[in-house]
Design a protein around this ligand. Structure first.
Ligand code: PEP
Ligand code: MG
Length: 889
């Protein structure tokens, strides 16, 4: 096993082994781009270290060999006194985790070699600045010294001298600062700052390994669903310096605008600085376009390289570069993060440029991004008090109470408040607060600042670099031009698409993407913006590619019509209990309270025409498409008053001696129907079997509605679905009765209704005996809500609010199994039941109508196991269509 790869040995496909950064450094090296020489220690070495607590035995020698080669190539030795080779040691996992893990620059500097560096560079100040940076970074990340101690010492030096930026400190100031920093290290750690270069390097490598498991890295991985055992690679790279004077500098660039997708020159440049200064947003950068004026030849070369990278990667790339005395060096590239809107635009732009095909375009967007584009935005017509304006870093419209630290953000959001986290700039320690907040606002930093990068990754609204807003975190307030003060708890609205910040709550309007799906805005029409065009095209690709059909869960004509506009190909679940609510509840009460057959029959007869009218409307809205109507499912007590309230009412009435007869009967019925575990009690098919006439009435209503539509020249395609079946016998009994009723209606109306009858698979026993159940069912619809509930033994109404947070924090699962299908458990039952069902009945139609039907990850699973369709709520239909396309592409 080989643990170390020279940059010339790797390539971009080796991300698992070399991490994203290492693989791409190798790729650039092999493309002939100017990358400082170096080598990468593999993630496998890190995995060994994390598992055993020791570096693999062979690592030290391998590192020595690669270091020797590097030294030979560079013509100097690491830390050599008269002309030191310096290296950076950087983390780089398979998936990028911005700012989460450690980096140490300038390794190899010591009390001795700092003079050599000064002599070689002809710049005393530069050498001491580099040394103080090493001690600061090394002290903080490798030795665990509180970073603020260094920051404060630096601030104090500037204050004492009466200057504001570190550029104004001279060699003497920095030399004194180095002494002070070394003092801090000795005092805080009980040991001196290590002077031996190889020791510095080895400790830094180990620190990078360790940084994989910091709390913030773990939290980030859970958020982003990155597995915890991948480990990080470590890149050891010869240093180049952006802080060697005005002809040096460092910057970040995108090959396209990560917010809009437009091609052009996007990025930030900072003269006379090292990379960390840009990312941390410490000094203000200039737009990349200004580099043309500052250093035309480097600028031209950079533009050329960016084009090479885009064509090579066939995607938006982001880049970190450094210019050392007029010589351009590439320090990093990767396929860049982008906003949801830009993802759609870039995918279609690349198709137009002939760089990728439709199938590849589908891989470049996600359902989650589409869902984000469907969020409402601020109403441009509304009157709003503009506080100021920053950089539109991550789109969305967020409203909430101003908070100025992450702790408060988390605390307030836990108690149900919506908050906007306002900081001067964020750093990785703010991650918790960023997750808790609706949106993030900073007064410093550009599009590539920590806040911007992380917010974009999380899909969270962010405005950054709003410099006119003065943020005072100590006093928990922000001051806008004109002296308007926003205190903690005041409501602010931030627009991540325009960068505008408002005082108070700004009303929101639907997104243009929703307007488009609603048919109120037409792609191709003059007013259709680029985004809608791109979404329109991507949806067409998805629809052409997907095998899964997409249906809606809808119970009324209005939802059905919307679903149809959104592209639904039928209804996969109409929950008829939703038709029994409101003023009809009394009629259900009558049914439940009926003492005699006549009373019961009377109650059912009263419900019949109402049910029928509902179905007529629904079949009309979905004319020509299948509509799965599920017979009554929930326990009857749900239609009765609450037991406690009713008991109190009756008790009070009795005390006044005017108890009413009906209330007394109701209370009796409530007591009779009361169950300890209603979810496992008298519901679903069980109701149909013990309440005579109930299912027959519903079947009759469906059949009569279908007949009415037929006679009106419509094309109704009803499917009758029996819920909560556990054994084929239940289904057979209901089926016999249903078939009798349908035959009666067909005879009476002179129609051939072709109604099909099927069942939900939502109990483990149903899944386990699916082969038998398929004898009596023409279709299965997996009810993965109840199936998850019963397979895990998790009460679907309780657990998410009670202990799921703890489960998520402990990493027992990365996402609730009620949200994303549990492939290994619940999913296994679905897969096997589908196979067994089809073995019995090859033309068995298979669908899913639990919440998972609209969840991106789950849609891929249902595609894999060969279901015919997924059914989800109307608003999630576009997401399901897109993901079904992606699954098949
Ligand atoms: C299910 O259990 O997955 C389902 C769709 O039915 P309901 O949510 O109505 O119980
Ligand atoms: Mg169910």
């Amino acid at each position: 096993q080989k643990f170390v790869y020279d940059f010339t040995e790797g390539n971009k496909e080796l991300k698992d082994l070399l991490g994203g950064k290492g693989a791409n450094l190798a790729e650039m090296t092999n493309l002939g781009l100017p990358v400082p020489p170096g080598f990468t220690i593999t993630t496998e070495a890190c995995q060994v270290y994390l598992a055993s607590g020791h570096e693999p035995a062979a690592l030290r020698d391998e590192v020595s060999a690669h270091l020797d080669a590097l030294e030979t190539r560079m013509g100097k030795k690491l830390g050599q006194a008269d002309d030191p080779l310096l290296v950076s040691v950087r983390s780089g996992a398979k998936f990028s985790m911005p700012g989460m893990m450690d980096t140490v620059l300038n390794i190899g500097l010591s009390d001795e070699s700092v003079a050599g560096l000064a002599a070689q560079a002809g710049d005393e100040r530069f050498a001491w600045d580099s040394y103080r940076r090493l001690i600061q970074m090394f002290g903080k990340t490798v030795l665990g010294v509180e970073g603020d101690l260094f920051e404060e010492a630096l601030e104090e030096t500037k204050r004492a001298k009466g200057v504001t930026t570190d550029i104004d400190l001279d060699a003497g100031d920095l030399r004194r600062l180095v002494e002070e920093f070394k003092g801090i290290v000795s005092k805080e750690t009980g040991r001196d700052f290590p002077q031996e270069p190889r020791e510095q390097m080895d400790l830094a490598i180990r620190a990078v390994f360790d940084s994989w498991n910091t709390d913030r890295a773990k939290l980030y991985r859970r958020q982003e669903r990155i597995p915890g055992d991948l480990g990080t690679a470590v890149n050891v790279c010869s240093m180049v310096f952006g802080n060697l004077g005005p002809d040096s500098g460092t910057g970040v660039a995108f090959t396209r605008d990560p917010a809009s997708g437009h091609q052009g020159v996007y990025g930030d440049y900072l003269q006379n600085a090292q990379g960390e200064d840009v990312v941390a947003g410490i000094r203000n950068t200039v737009p990349l376009a200004d580099l043309e004026r500052i250093d035309k030849s480097s600028y031209d070369q950079l533009m050329q390289i960016m084009e090479t990278l885009e064509t090579h990667y066939k995607d938006l790339c982001d880049i970190e570069f450094t210019i050392e005395r007029g010589q351009l060096w590439m320090l990093q590239t990767r396929v860049g993060k982008r906003t949801a809107g830009a993802a759609f635009r870039i995918a279609t732009q690349l198709v137009d440029q002939g760089l990728i095909d439709e199938a590849e375009a589908l891989q470049r967007v996600t359902g989650a991004q589409l869902a984000q584009l469907m969020f409402p935005r601020f109403d441009e017509q509304a009157k709003a008090d503009l506080l100021g304006r920053g950089i539109a870093a991550s789109p969305g419209a967020a409203v909430g109470k101003a908070v100025f630290d992450s702790y408060t953000a988390v605390k307030w959001s836990r108690s149900g408040e919506k908050v906007i986290l306002i900081r001067r700039e964020t750093n990785p320690d703010d991650l918790n607060g960023m997750i808790a907040a609706e949106g993030i606002l900073t007064s410093r930093g550009g599009k590539t600042s920590h806040a911007a990068v992380v917010a974009r990754g999380m899909g969270k609204t962010c405005v950054c670099g709003a410099e006119e807003l003065e943020v005072d975190t100590k006093r928990r307030r922000m001051t806008a031009p004109g002296g308007i003060v926003v205190e903690e708890g005041d409501i602010v609205s931030i627009d991540g698409s325009t960068g505008k910040v408002y005082l108070g709550e700004v009303p929101v309007v639907p997104s243009p993407v929703v307007e488009y799906f609603e048919g109120r805005m037409h792609a191709g029409a003059d007013d259709a913006d680029e985004l809608v065009q791109a979404v329109h095209r991507m949806m067409a690709y998805a629809d052409r590619t997907r095998r899964l059909r997409v249906r809606a869960n809808a119970d009324n004509a209005e939802d059905a019509s919307r679903a149809r506009r959104f592209g639904a190909q039928g209804i996969g679940l109409c929950r008829t209990e939703h038709m029994f609510l409101g003023e009809r509840r009394e009629m259900v009460e009558r049914l439940i309270l009926a003492d005699t057959d006549e009373e019961r029959e009377g109650a059912l007869q009263a419900l019949l025409p109402l049910q029928k009218a509902d179905f007529v409307e629904l079949f009309e809205a979905m004319d020509g498409l299948p509509v799965t109507v599920r017979l009554l499912d929930p326990p009857l007590h749900e239609f009765l008053p609450d037991i406690t309230e009713l008991s109190v009412r009756v008790a009070l009435a009795e005390a006044r001696e005017d108890a009413n007869e009906n209330d007394l009967r109701l209370l009796q019925a409530v007591h009779k129907l009361h169950e300890q575990n209603p979810m496992l009690g008298l519901r679903g098919v069980r109701l149909g079997l013990v309440i005579p006439g109930l299912f027959a009435m519903q079947v009759r209503a469906i059949a009569e509605a279908a007949a009415a539509r037929k006679n009106a020249k419509g094309d109704p395609r009803a499917e009758i679905m029996i819920p909560l079946v556990g054994t084929v016998q239940e289904l057979e009994i209901v089926r016999e009765e249903a078939e009798r009723v349908i035959a009666e209606v067909e005879a009476a109306t002179g129609t051939d209704l072709r109604l099909t009858l099927g069942t939900m698979i939502e109990l483990p026993r149903a899944a386990l005996t699916a082969g038998q159940i398929a004898e009596a069912a023409e279709f299965f619809s997996f009810g993965t809500n109840d199936l998850t509930q019963t397979v895990w033994g998790f009460s679907r109404d309780d657990v998410e609010a009670s202990f799921f947070t703890a489960y998520l924090e402990k990493g027992i699962f990365g996402v609730s199994p009620f949200e994303t299908i549990d492939r290994d458990g619940v999913g296994k039952l679905v897969r096997e039941a589908a196979q067994a069902g089809r073995a019995t009945r090859p033309d068995l139609k298979l669908g899913v109508c639990g919440e998972h039907g609209g969840d991106p990850e789950s849609v891929h699973f249902f595609h894999e196991v060969g279901l015919d369709y997924v059914s989800c709520s109307p608003f999630r239909i576009p997401v399901a269509r897109l993901e079904a396309g992606r699954a098949a592409a």
